[in-house]
Ligand binder design. Structure first.
Ligand SMILES: C[S@@+](CC[C@H](N)C(=O)[O-])C[C@H]1O[C@@H](n2cnc3c(N)ncnc32)[C@H](O)[C@@H]1O
Length: 216
């Protein structure tokens, strides 16, 4: 049984379920869960949803074979409790994969340097060690069509920044062993028709880390 941590409106668990996994997914936000449950009703994928917080999981120990947390641990004030709880609910030998915005590339200060015609060339990053526990960020999907942007509010999310060393050390301290790291880079064929992700060809905006709970 797989577990998706912070599933949002459930795009990812539905993709995984479509490939044959038995999966439970949870999120803290009722609005996301309503959307997830609505999708399950109209297009059943066999995913079970629950409202819960990753810092206090309502599951027995060693209940899951795999856990994934795409882009959800970054929304926590600090992932230490979440990592301990995830470790507890995984069976020995299970793997845990999470993705985060790349801490060295997506820093509190960032500015693009461009060439003479305005193409992005390089990014200035800074304030890497700042702790922004009371900073609220506002943003909107840059690629959303104007008619959508007019209809929806900007997102307001608290911003928490951990350094690369912290993201590498804390899961170890929770008991996990690191297996693999990946910095996704869109191919030229993918990036060309989607300018919003083209800067991922210059710098890794995301970092994916895979861990394993050791067998005794
Ligand atoms: C950036 S979204 C990512 C959603 C989804 N995983 C995806 O990749 O589309 C972060 C998600 O984490 C959820 N979240 C934040 N804190 C949480 C917590 N303590 N427990 C469970 N989910 C949480 C948010 O409600 C939100 O749905």
């Amino acid at each position: 049984m797989w577990l998706d941590i912070g599933c949002g409106e459930a795009h990812n668990p539905r993709l995984v379920a479509a490939r044959g996994a038995r999966l439970g997914a949870f999120d803290l936000a009722p609005a996301f869960l309503r959307q997830a449950v609505a999708s399950e009703r109209t297009h059943p994928a066999g995913v079970r949803y629950l409202r819960a917080s990753v810092v206090d999981l309502p599951f027995r120990s060693a209940a899951f074979d795999v856990a994934m947390a795409p882009m959800s641990l970054v929304d926590l004030p600090g992932p230490t409790r979440a990592l301990a709880e995830t470790f507890r609910v995984l069976r020995p030998g299970a793997f845990f994969q999470f993705s985060i915005t790349h801490p060295c590339v997506v820093t509190p200060h960032l500015r693009w340097g461009r060439d003479a015609v305005g193409w992005k060339l390089a990014r200035q990053v800074g304030r890497y060690f700042d702790r922004l526990s009371d900073e609220i960020e506002e943003w909107m999907f840059g690629a959303a069509p104007p008619e959508i942007r007019e209809r929806v509010w900007v997102f307001r999310v608290p911003r928490f920044d951990w350094t690369l060393a912290e993201w590498l050390n804390r899961p170890n301290e929770a008991g996990f062993r690191r297996e693999r790291a990946l910095e996704p880079c869109p191919s030229d064929e993918v990036a060309r028709p989607h300018p919003a992700i083209a800067d991922g060809r210059l710098l890794p905006n995301f970092l994916q880390l895979r861990w394993r709970k050791p067998s005794p």
